[in-house]
Each structure stands twice: as structure tokens, then as C-alpha cells.
Design a protein around this ligand. Structure first.
Ligand code: SAM
Ligand code: ZN
Length: 333
């Protein structure tokens, strides 16, 4: 933890600031082991392996705990980097471009392995505070250790230990895995200051009927409950099918001007064409990620729009991503 993080923290119980009450080990600019103490209610928060631990997985609700356990395992296993991550990220947060981040104080809700945290820091944010409930924070911390403007904390998105000081908050692929996606969105927005902006990307209900009907029952009853190591190996079978279809059919067809007309009418074309750019490891992660989550909601455009209305966001832009998910961007007043 860098000491600068203190500027952004606020006690989730009483709203007061935290002070660094103990430092037992430092490494460069990082406090690796120590304690934070709330100036108001005197609550103590441990800093372990460089990360302030605002959430204790043993104490959160069972549903959140199950989700965090699975994603913690997933990101610690799929901790690789991929050169395509920057473009992919920009697709999820469009119309935001790298220049947008310059000088901004940014909040990331559910950072996973920190693949986006790193980039936002490189793109010139004043600071980014990345939050995740799971052990994925260990990977996100490793990815940003010593990076002056990147901060990682372990916390529940519903109880953010932060002040309302952020210029921009984003959440990519997280809200639909929460027990109450709308509540998670509102919690994130509550930390954005007046005039700041928000981006969110969620699974869509539209065009995903086949997943809801055929994949969800298998995920809910079987794959999200099994040992993740076993699922890691079993999921190579559907990955092989996706890999073959995307690399041999969808990718080549979409790249061919005459083939593109046929491709457009093929099943799940936009998404399969998108997936075709990725190598085996990344496709395995994508398939595994879909099967491992204990909770996944598929959100309709109408439902998604209502979230933005509820927080009274202005100039909201909602659009398709690969015709199977929704991304939104708007201003908070
Ligand atoms: C599909 S991953 C996406 C991670 C990252 N945004 C990315 O795109 O690489 C969902 C993440 O949400 C996190 N998460 C789930 N429930 C959460 C909660 N209640 N509070 C904070 N993070 C949570 C999980 O631990 C996981 O890392
Ligand atoms: Zn307090």
C-alpha cells in the first residue's frame, strides 16, 4: 500500500479518515505489513502482503463468498498478460479512450488480476484505486507493485471504504456476478463526485437466451459447484469447440469480404468473431470464467437503462458490445 492511498479512504462504518497506525514492513514505496486505524470509531484494518484488508472473506455473506472463492482461484491461475487486453478493455468502456484518464482520480469496481488497473495507471490517471473482494487482489497487487499511481484494496463493492472524490468509476464484468447488480452499481456511483463519469459493462439478456436456457442450469447445478481444478481441465472440452469454430470458421469468414455476408447470419457471430482474435489460453479463461461463476445475471437493456435513471445520470450512452452485452457511460451530478 502506498501512503497516498490514505487521501482516498473513508471508514465504511463512520465515514472518518484512516491513519497508518503501524508499519512493520516496507518495500520501496509500499507498506507491506501494518495497520490502518479509523480516526472516528478506531476500527483497525490490517495491511497484509501490501494490501489493506477491508473485507474478511470468512465474514461476508455465503453467496459473495462463493463468488469470491471461484474468481480468486480463477485469476490466480489465469494470471497471464495478453497483448489484446488494452483494445478489449477499450471496447468494454467505449466511448472512453486512453486520453480520457489523464489527471483523473479513478475507481475500479472488481479489478480481478489488475489487467485494467495497470493500463489506467499507464494512461496517466492521477491515481486509480482498484477494489476486489477475492484473492485476485494478490495478483492485482503484484501487477501494480511499485507503480506510484495504482492502489489495490480488498473490499466488498457494497461497502466501499472510500470518499466521494472520484472523477471516474468503471466496472467491467463484475456487476452481473453480484447478488444485487443494481445495488452494486449504485454503490460504485456513490463514490463519484459531481460532474464525474461512470462506465459499466454487463452480460445482456438479449441474444443470450440459449445461455440462459442451456448453459445456466449446468453452471448453477454443476460447474460452479465443482472443484475449480477439475473444472479447469473439463472446460478444455468446450474451449476446444469454441477454439476450432472461432479459428477455422468465424475468424476467417469475417475477414473475407464475401464471407462476411454469410458470417453475419451465423449463430452468435459477433461474439465468436471477437473471440477468434484470442489464443488458446485466453479462450480457455473466457470459457472457464463463464462456467465457474456461482451467480450470473443476464441483464436486459431496459433493466440496465433503469439503473442509470435511478442514479439520475446525465448524457448516458448505452450500446451493444458484440450484440450480447451492454456497456454504458454517463455523467453523475
Ligand atoms: C469476471 S471478474 C472481472 C475482473 C476484471 N474486471 C476484469 O475484467 O479482468 C469479476 C470480479 O469481480 C469480483 N467480485 C465479485 N464480487 C465482488 C464484490 N462483492 N465486491 C468486489 N468485487 C467482487 C471477483 O472477485 C472478480 O475478480
Ligand atoms: Zn470508523
Amino acid at each position: 500500500m502506498k501512503k497516498k492511498l490514505l487521501d482516498y479512504l473513508a471508514c465504511p462504518s463512520c465515514g472518518e479518515s484512516f491513519r497508518l497506525s503501524a508499519v512493520t514492513r516496507e518495500e520501496g514505496i509500499e507498506v507491506m505489513e501494518g495497520e490502518l486505524e479509523c480516526a472516528g470509531c478506531k476500527q483497525v484494518v490490517e495491511i497484509r502482503r501490501g494490501i489493506p484488508r477491508f473485507a474478511d472473506l470468512a465474514e461476508v455473506e455465503v453467496e459473495k463468498q462463493a463468488t469470491a472463492e471461484k474468481f480468486g482461484w480463477s485469476w490466480q491461475t489465469f494470471s497471464h498478460e495478453d497483448e489484446k487486453y488494452a483494445e478489449e478493455f477499450l471496447g468494454w468502456i467505449a466511448p472512453v479512450r486512453p486520453e480520457f484518464f489523464g489527471g483523473k482520480i479513478v475507481l475500479e469496481g472488481g479489478c480481478g488480476k489488475g489487467r485494467h488497473t495497470r493500463r489506467v495507471a499507464q494512461w496517466g490517471a492521477q491515481d486509480i484505486v482498484a477494489v476486489d473482494l477475492s484473492a485476485a487482489v494478490e495478483v492485482a497487487f503484484a501487477a501494480t507493485q511499485g507503480v506510484e499511481n495504482a492502489h489495490v484494496i480488498q473490499a466488498d463493492i457494497y461497502h466501499l471504504p472510500l470518499q466521494r472524490v472520484f472523477d471516474y468509476a468503471f466496472s467491467v464484468g463484475v456487476l452481473h456476478h453480484l447478488p444485487d447488480p443494481r445495488g452494486g452499481f449504485k454503490s460504485l456511483v456513490s463514490k463519484v463526485k459531481s460532474g464525474g463519469h461512470v462506465s459499466a459493462w454487463v452480460y445482456g439478456a438479449e441474444n443470450n437466451g440459449w445461455i440462459v436456457k442451456f448453459v445456466n442450469p449446468v453452471r448453477e447445478r454443476l460447474t460452479s459447484r465443482m472443484n475449480p481444478r477439475l473444472l479447469f481441465h473439463l472446460s478444455k472440452v468446450p474451449t476446444a469447440m469454441v477454439y476450432a469454430a472461432s479459428k477455422l470458421f468465424y475468424g476467417p469468414l469475417n475477414r473475407n469480404p464475401r464471407g462476411a455476408a454469410i458470417a453475419r447470419h451465423s449463430f452468435y457471430n459477433d461474439y465468436m468473431n471477437f473471440v477468434s482474435q484470442f489464443n488458446w489460453r485466453e479462450q480457455h479463461l473466457i470459457v472457464f470464467d463463464h462456467l465457474v461463476a456461482p451467480t450470473s445475471f443476464y441483464i436486459s437493456r431496459a433493466e440496465f437503462e433503469s439503473w442509470w435513471k435511478e442514479v439520475d445520470a446525465q448524457e448516458v450512452i448505452i450500446g451493444w458490445h458484440n450484440r450480447n452485452s451492454w456497456r454504458g457511460f454517463g455523467r453523475v451530478d
